[in-house]
Each structure stands twice: as C-alpha cells, then as structure tokens.
Write a protein that binds this ligand. Structure first.
Ligand code: GDP
Length: 480
C-alpha cells in the first residue's frame, strides 16, 4: 500500500502543504490526494530526516485496528447493563423523568454520593444495573449514530398523556427504528386531569407501536415523572427487554467504547465521559479517544466517587487527555503508551488536515476556478429524482455534457427525497447533489450544511443541465 500526500503528511506529523512544497522543490507537482510512489516516499523521508523502514498502511490510524481481538466466545461473555436513551417530544417530560429515575433510585445503593452530571448515570433495580444517557432527545442519539457509534440498547419514548403523539414523537420513533433499537413507551403526566392514555395508545398504533394489551408487542408503562409514579414498573420493563435482548460483553480485555460528552474544564483540563462497551479500563491506562490521546489520570463515576476500573456499560468521567474529543468518538485502551501517543498524534494531525480541506468541498460556484487551476478534472454528481425515468434521463443528459478539461461522473442515481445517506456519500466523494422534483429531508438538509455539500434542486431537466454546463464554463450566474 502506498500513501497519498495527505496520508504521508499525517504519518510524518506534518502539514500536507509542507509535503506539497517539498515535492515542488523536488520538481514534483502533486495535490493532497495524489498517490505517491514508494521512491517518492523514501525521498521525502530523507528530506524530513525520517527513515522509511517498513511498508506503512493507512488503516494503522483506524482505531478499530487496535481493538483487542474479540475471541468473545460464549464463555467470556457476561451479562451487562442495558444502555437506555430517553426520547420524545419537547415538554413531554424527558428531563423530569430522567431526574425522577435518578432521584428515586440513586440514593438506595449510593447513599452519601453527590449526584454529578457526567452525561450518563446508573441506577439499580432488583439488584440489576441500568445505564441512562442523560442527554434527552434524539439529537445526541443521532449525532452519535452519524459518527458510527451505536450505544443505545433500549429507547424510552416519552409521550405526555395530555398531549399525545407530536411531530418529535414521530421523529424519535423513526430514529429508534432506523437504529433497530427496541422502544418502550412511557405514557407520562398520568397525574393530569386530562390524561388520556388510550388516545396515546391509539395514536402510536398508527405508527406500528401496538400495545401488548391490544395484541401487539410494544410495552406501554403509565408514569408520572413529577409524582415519581410508575418508575419501578418502567425500570422492570427495561430489565425485561434487556433480558430478551441478551446484552452481553467480555469484560476481560482492554476497554473500548464511546464518548458521551466532553469539555474543557478550567482546572482539570480536558474531561470526557466515556461509556465502556466492552472490556475494562483502569486508571493509568494509555488511551486513544477519537483524535486525542493520553493516560487515564483519574476516573470519577456518576455519584462523584473516584473509581479505579470501569467495565461494560459503565459511564465514567476521565481526565488525562491531551485535547477535548467529541461526543460519539470511539476510544480504545492501548497496552503501550508510546503507541497510543503515536496513533493519537497522527489521528489529530489527520483530523486538522481534513478540517482544513473541508472548506474546499466542491461547489458549483467555484467549480470553474478549480477546473482552471487543474484541481478538478472529474466532477462527481449524485442524482435524485421523483421517478426512475427522470433520474435516467438526467443522467444521460449530464453525461453528454462536454467541456474541455472536465469529465462528469454520475456516482449515484436514486429515486426519492434526498436523504442523509446521499449527502454523506456526496461529502465523502466530493460530489454535487442534484434533486429533480425532490427535496432534501430534514436530516439531509442539516448534514448538507455541516458537510458543506452543494445541493441543487430543479423541476426542469433542461435547467439542471444548463446550470452544470454554465458552472463548468465559469458562467454561473452568481445571483442563482
Ligand atoms: P422535556 O422537554 O421533554 O425534557 O420536558 P420537561 O421534563 O422539561 O417537562 C416539561 C414540563 O412538563 C415541565 O414543566 C414539567 O414539570 C412538566 N412535567 C413533566 N413530567 C410531568 C408529569 O408527570 N406530570 C405533570 N403534571 N407535569 C410534568
């Protein structure tokens, strides 16, 4: 495997621009994504005073690479607590329910402990633990999932009995279903005079959440978060679902998991709440967290106690990182501190590099400039349309466009609204998205903004063609 300029830069802990400059000096013109030959890599190594000894592979920076092999045979697996997220419409009582669960339960086992907000907490019911992520709502849930982290085992869908199913209720259902996470419905505000749990059941049935009482398999629990009523039953139902799901992990290996939240603390430096998903981590362990690294200096649990180890499904707040990671980042415990530092540093360099190039995402407005500068030879396009016929017609016409110095590449066509997955594909392949008689859905819209993906919507095929042609020729109307 050879490397691109960007990848080599990361390995050498340099900036891509430094490599590119050095290459120019050597008479080689290269862009960041250019594959370098072995000879060139060796030459550059010499220039930077680094010996290139062995073949270097890019996936060395992939954190998965360092996860201790799962010889997770049945005999190594142990039951682990379920990880629960609370979702639902605004004001239906998510926060109140989280507080209620915590306060009715936490005092029993952990008397004297001071409740500390670390982004997740554990309670005990009938001698079994349950982990709650205490950032309510599906924003956190989705952010994590978008970053490849699936931490939630069970979703509690809170629906106010006096209000019924609302838009964000439906959104939450869709998110949970997309992630294939089982849903338990908590019908909240049962203390209210106008509480109407039947209506909630009725409305949720229309979204395929059919209560057991009506022959379905969705568990409904009536609760009042303000009166602390129904909490035990809710927790018992969580344990029931957890049992069915057979949640297990091997605690006897190096820990790995996901960042729940992280921030810079004035006194303590970067602090991060980590949720262990398998294995165990200990104070003193070398660790790589997302694009940061360090050695675990201290671990504090959700009642503010210092702990020395943390196993599967346990959330702890750690200190000792060199920088602040992001929620949803993966972490892996390393055996060797030097290796952790090396990988962590290289990941950090690569991330900063990528961030810089993010702003250079292709957009129709600067397409012409990029072609002129020879930076863009192929224009990647994703086509979404309302019907297959239009998608094909548009593809055909786009592929016929001929502009010197540029080639059009249709990397994906599809039918239906522009989805987040289309945007992610576009971002990853530096593509423009054209929607023909379709629009981006909410998630696609948001992701397109974050990822800087250019989305163009049209109702007339000719307009779409003309726009691309104009862009290629540097004649795009800036008022568009
Ligand atoms: P969130 O936006 O879903 O987190 O909702 P909150 O937990 O902030 O609750 C919104 C409002 O509903 C607050 O005024 C709560 O006091 C109230 N609330 C929450 N749960 C209950 C309940 O069980 N009964 C009643 N009567 N009010 C509740």
């Amino acid at each position: 495997g050879t490397l691109t300029v960007g990848e080599l830069a990361a390995k050498l802990h340099k900036d891509s621009s430094e490599i590119i400059k050095k290459l120019m000096f050597l008479g080689v013109m290269a862009t960041k994504n250019e594959q370098l030959s072995k000879e060139t890599i060796e030459l550059l190594g010499e220039e930077f005073g680094v010996e290139v000894e062995e073949e270097v592979y890019v996936d060395e920076l992939d954190i998965e690479h360092y996860v201790e092999e799962d010889d997770d045979k049945e005999e190594h697996l142990q039951e682990r607590p379920p990880v629960v997220t609370i979702m639902g419409h605004v004001d239906h009582g998510k926060t109140t329910l989280l507080d209620s669960i915590r306060h009715t339960k936490v005092t029993e086992g952990e008397a004297g402990g001071i409740t500390q907000h670390i982004g997740a907490y554990q309670v005990e019911e009938n001698g079994k633990k349950i982990t709650f992520l205490d950032t309510p709502g599906h924003a956190a849930f989705t952010t994590m999932r978008a970053r490849g982290a699936q931490v939630t085992d069970i979703t509690i869908l809170v629906v106010a009995a006096d209000d019924g199913v609302m838009p964000q209720t439906v959104e939450a259902i869709n998110h949970a279903k997309a992630a294939e996470v089982p849903i338990i419905v908590a019908v909240n505000k049962m203390d209210k005079e106008n509480a109407n749990p039947d209506r909630v059941m009725q409305e949720l049935s229309e979204h395929n959440l059919l209560p057991e009482a009506w022959g379905g398999d969705t568990i409904f629990v009536n609760v009042s978060a303000v009166k602390n009523e129904g909490i035990d039953e809710l927790l018992e139902m969580i344990l029931l679902v957890a049992e069915v799901e057979e949640l297990k992990a091997n605690p006897d290996k190096r820990g790995r998991g996901t960042v729940v939240e992280a921030e810079l603390d004035k006194g303590r430096g970067p602090v991060a709440t980590l949720l262990v998903q398998s294995g165990t981590m200990k104070v003193g362990d070398p660790i790589v967290v997302g694009n940061t690294f360090g050695r675990i200096r201290a671990m504090v649990n959700d009642v503010g106690r210092r702990v020395k180890t943390a196993g599967p499904s346990t959330p702890v707040e750690i200190t000792g990182l060199n920088d602040v990671p992001q929620a949803g980042d993966q972490f892996v415990i390393f055996e060797d501190e030097k290796k952790a530092r090396q990988i962590g540093e290289a990941r950090g360099v690569r991330a900063r590099d990528e961030e810089r190039s993010q702003t250079n995402k292709v957009s129709l407005d600067d397409l012409f400039d990029q072609i002129q500068q020879g930076e863009m030879k192929e224009i990647n396009i994703i086509v979404k349309a309302d019907v297959q016929g239009s998608a094909e017609a548009l593809r055909g016409s786009l592929e016929k466009i001929e502009v010197e110095g540029a080639k059009i590449n249709i990397i994906h066509t599809g039918v239906g609204a522009i989805a987040e997955s289309d945007i992610i594909l576009a971002a990853a392949s530096n593509a423009i998205v054209i929607g023909f008689n379709v629009r981006p859905d909410v998630n696609a819209k948001r992701t397109a903004e974050v990822e800087n993906v250019d989305v163009r919507l049209h109702r007339v095929i000719y307009d779409a063609i003309e726009e691309i042609e104009a862009a290629l020729k540097g004649m795009l109307d800036p008022e568009y």
